[in-house]
Design a protein around this ligand. Structure first.
Ligand code: CS2
Length: 487
């Protein structure tokens, strides 16, 4: 099939798959940083539905911080791409037309800075992954490395996302561009507060503090939809459904949720008409999602990958896995925080396990396993800390951490290599190489990584012993036999 998705071929695709708005009709009001699959299957869809329901100039200018490929694909398709929803019962594909422009920050940072200064832009949303915020995972404090320092102290082109944002805000002040909301849509705890803290720090360093305080808000969000990386199969399905090729297609599960703190000084799309929940405080939702869904996801990913399983769905089917995850939720996660009114953590957890069991979603264990150093604190370690402070013994949460420790050693139970895709990979490998290859040696080496493990946790003898015991089990018997013993 040679014809490509684009404005010219749109009339040929099945009517039910066409965008719900006329592409290009809405002026741009949002800049989004991070054009990964998650954004394309989540915020862009909500915004298109809000535009279809209530109109407004809320088209999205998509900015790729680094990758040029996604920009090339989308440009070749007039900004159009498809989202295929994969349910156990069947699938559906729709084209999204909410992108009102595209920029490549690495190639043309000045264009992005100019956009952030433009008064027509009233919202910046971000999906740039945990590590792009340059925050110490254990403490949430800013890591002022050479790249970021260079962005602050010189006038060379910005290389970091925080650097790009602060340059853009400085330009906005000069241009009198008016108030703006910066909205983190990454899986960080209190993501709005973290982004505010980061920008506050950079604003102080660049003399922007008063202007930022008066003009910029940082709504917190909880974002949720399982959107695995696109594969050749995703694109083959999109082509079959559309009748034209789509190199920028994405696929995801049927479930989708967006909880947004309603704090937009220059207005916003009618996202509530697209199913999003606008609230005064999204934090109970963030806890629920990060500790239950993402915590369990990471646990299954590490255990499953070490056991040699390719996907989350297959790993969840290992005998004992679902029981261990139910006990993790009931005994460790649920007592660690107050869920939002009207929900219980146990019910939420059941729904999560049901979603992970969707056989149509081929989410790879090694994809969820990546960047563990950035993910463990908010997903699992905060649960452990809260349980320890309450005098509890978080058995299952420590199994998840022991599984990460076993994973980063780099081989499956039957000796095949596992990838270590993590900004701290070198430090992790060095520490492991310098310590005895015993359970206690591994646990002590890794607990010494203070950007992951806060001193309160690393110095807790109960936690250390639980980790050594689990790792001993995993080393002696392997993941599958360890889980088989769980009742
Ligand atoms: C996953 C998340 O890759 C991961 O670490 O846990 O991307 C997860 O699929 C989403 O947060 C679901 O909303």
């Amino acid at each position: 099939m040679s014809d490509r998705l684009g404005l010219a071929t749109l009339p040929r695709i099945p009517a039910a798959s066409r965008p719900r708005i006329t592409p290009g009709d809405a002026g741009a009001g949002i800049v989004h940083l991070g054009l990964g699959a998650f954004f394309r299957a989540h915020q862009a869809v909500y915004t298109e539905d809000a535009l279809a329901a209530a109109g407004g100039d809320w088209g999205i200018i998509g900015v790729a911080p680094r990758s040029a490929t996604v920009i090339e694909h989308l440009r070749a398709q007039d900004g159009l791409y498809s989202v295929t929803t994969l349910a156990a019962e069947g699938r559906s594909t729709r084209v999204i037309g909410a992108l009102a422009g595209l920029r490549h920050a690495a190639a043309d940072p000045a264009a992005v800075v100019a956009l952030l200064a433009d008064p027509a832009i009233k919202i910046v949303t971000l999906t740039v992954t945990e590590k792009a915020y340059r925050l110490d995972p254990a403490t949430g404090r800013l890591l002022l490395d050479d790249d970021l320092r260079g962005d602050l102290e010189t006038d060379r082109d910005p290389r970091t996302v925080p650097g790009l944002l602060i340059r853009g805000l400085a330009a906005r002040r000069r241009a009198d561009g008016g108030p703006i909301a910066l909205v983190s849509c990454d899986n960080l705890p209190s993501n709005g507060h973290r982004l505010r803290g980061l920008i506050d720090y950079l604003a102080t360093a660049t003399g922007l503090t008063d202007w930022v305080r008066a003009n910029v808000t940082f709504p917190g969000t909880m974002v949720d939809r399982i959107v695995p990386a696109t594969t050749a199969e995703t694109l083959a399905i999109a082509a079959a459904e559309l009748g034209v090729r789509d190199e920028a297609g994405v696929h995801g599960e049927p479930f989708s949720q967006w909880i947004i703190e309603d704090d937009f000084p220059a207005g916003r799309p009618a996202w509530e008409q697209a199913g999003a929940v606008l609230t005064g405080d999204p934090r109970p939702w963030e806890h629920l999602k990060l500790r239950s869904l993402n915590g369990v996801h990471s646990a299954i990913a590490y255990l499953g990958a070490v056991a040699g399983h390719e996907t989350i769905y297959q790993a969840l089917a290992v005998p004992g896995m679902a029981t261990a995850m139910r006990r993790f939720i009931a005994e460790d996660v649920a007592p660690s925080f107050q869920p939002p009114p009207g929900t219980t953590t146990i019910e939420y957890g059941e729904q999560v396990l049901h979603r992970f069991a969707n056989p149509a979603i081929g989410h790879r264990t090694v994809q969820v396993a990546m960047d563990g150093s950035q993910k463990l604190p908010q997903r699992i370690l905060h649960t452990i800390l809260d349980r320890r402070r309450a005098g509890g013994t978080p058995q299952w949460a420590t199994l998840a951490v022991a599984a990460w420790m076993r994973y980063v050693r780099g081989t499956t139970d039957d000796g095949r290599p596992l990838p270590l895709d993590d900004p701290l990979a070198d430090r992790i490998r060095q520490r492991l190489a310098a310590s005895p290859a015993t359970p206690a040696g591994t646990v002590d080496a890794l607990l010494g990584l203070d950007t992951i493990f806060a001193p309160e946790l690393a110095g807790d003898d109960v936690v250390r012993q639980l980790l050594v015991d689990w790792l001993t089990e995993l080393d002696k018997h392997g993941v599958e036999a360890t889980l088989a013993g769980v009742r």
